[in-house]
Write a protein that binds this ligand. Structure first.
Ligand code: SR1
Ligand code: MG
Length: 421
């Protein structure tokens, strides 16, 4: 059943000026004459309304949750409270990873709306990747963002009282987590009602669904996602949650924020770059295909190396939580770098598994990615998607022997040469 506060009302382009003209944080940026504001609804995501409001004096973005899933409609109610979790996550990301998230101007819990910075000249990264555009500094930014948020939201850095209070808070984002738990970890592996896949993939899909050993492993990863409350995750870190210019990178949309395993965001992110890599033959010509795919591979490798370097830097300079305390190591004249190496390995192995699972779900369950979905020819689409499905399976099944990112990149290059159907 749809639940909303009595005074909740979805914004429209016709009502937004009246509704927000009285909000000081908005009026100071757009001017007090709301009649001169111009609003457009630009949301193309699955869940919310997103407006850009402009005036001669400035511009801002208004994001409002709907009491149901936008892409499905009122038959799939969804709590407005997700706007609260998104706001709380943005506040923490701003202080833990400065410079990477939009500035927040105003939050209204009963209207489930967040007013935030308009990222002028920024485009959703997914569309840039489909258009063959490069972004300077992308990998460094993403590696640092994921390392800083993972480290600083965990028992490595936070005092235990704050970490547990935040775990209690964000674990209440139950309904959004249920979407992840079903759409990512469960639905792809059986004929769920909302699933769909490209004609031609049937043999590969049947093979995946018959693979009991793989399904068991996916369930192990689901258990980690649902039960290993290690750090505050972005929770939905795909290339549609990243906005870029040709040299600036910002991360948006943490409404799926929850406490979970450190490798989750990293794995989701890598999966979306690998799927972008596989989709490229549909968008590039013989002259620029290889060089652009090489660039994506470099980005993947640099995200992981930056993540590890930044995590190691924080390990040495900000290890103030209860875990691996200096009291036990450095203060005793002992080195904690073995612990660091083992921790990074655990994060990496989790990331590899989550990566493989994300590479399945974007092709098999609800919410496909535009990289594949925009390929008009079903024969070409299915042959490229098959590479992602089979590589995803290898990642899940070979986690133990995949020790570093170079192996993953090599695997993607190898599948990129194969005919998988
Ligand atoms: C039905 S919501 C589907 C997906 O959209 C969001 O962006 C998340 O990725 C979610 O899994
Ligand atoms: Mg989103």
């Amino acid at each position: 059943m749809i639940q909303k506060p009595a005074d909740y009302e979805a914004l429209t382009t016709a009502t937004i000026a009246d509704r927000l003209g009285i909000v000081e944080a908005v009026a100071t940026r757009l001017g007090r004459d709301a009649a001169k504001w111009n609003a457009a609804e630009i949301g193309d995501g699955n869940l919310n309304l997103v407006f850009v409001v402009k005036s001669a004096e400035g511009a801002l973005v208004v994001k409002q949750a709907l009491p149901y899933l936008r892409v499905i409609g009122e038959s799939w109610p969804l709590p407005l409270k997700r706007a609260f979790f998104e706001y709380q996550a943005l506040v923490r990301q701003k202080s833990r990873a400065p410079g990477f998230v939009p500035e927040i101007y105003h939050f209204d819990e009963s209207q489930a709306l967040i007013v935030m910075e308009y990222l002028a000249d920024h485009t959703i990264l997914r569309y840039k990747l489909m258009a063959g555009e490069r972004v300077e500094g992308l990998a460094g930014a993403m590696g640092r963002f994921v390392a800083q948020t993972a480290f600083r939201g965990s028992d490595l850095a936070l005092d235990i009282d704050s970490r547990k209070a935040d775990t209690c808070l964000f674990l209440q984002n139950v309904e959004l987590c249920k979407i992840t738990e079903s759409l990512i970890f469960t639905d792809p592996y059986f004929p769920a009602e909302r699933n769909r896949h490209t004609v031609g993939l049937d043999p590969v899909v049947a093979m995946l669904r018959e693979d009991t050993a793989m399904k068991v492993r996916v369930q192990h990863f689901l258990a980690k996602f649902a039960g290993h409350a290690e750090t505050l995750l972005h929770g939905d870190l795909h290339s549609g949650s990243i906005m870029c210019t040709d040299r600036a990178t910002r991360i948006i949309d943490p409404e799926f924020a929850t406490y979970g395993p450190m490798g989750f965001d990293l794995g989701m992110l890598l999966a979306n770059f690998i799927m972008a890599f596989f989709s490229q033959p549909a968008y590039r010509n013989a002259h620029n295909l290889q060089s652009y795919q090489d660039w994506i591979c470099d980005v993947i490798a640099e995200i992981v190396s930056t993540f590890e370097k930044e995590f190691a830097r924080l390990w040495k300079s900000e290890r103030t939580g209860i875990l691996y305390p200096a009291t036990l190591f450095e203060d005793q004249g002992q080195d904690a770098s073995v612990a660091l190496w083992e921790k990074l390995q655990m994060i990496w192995k989790d990331a590899v598994g989550f990566c493989g699972i994300e590479m399945h779900r974007r092709i098999l369950s609800l919410a496909h990615n535009a990289d594949f979905e925009s390929i008009e020819d079903p024969a070409q689409r299915s042959s490229l998607e098959a590479r992602s499905l089979l590589m995803g399976r290898d990642l899940i099944m070979q986690v133990e022997s995949l020790d570093d990112c170079a192996q993953i990149v090599e695997m993607a290059r190898d599948y990129n040469r194969r005919d998988c159907l």
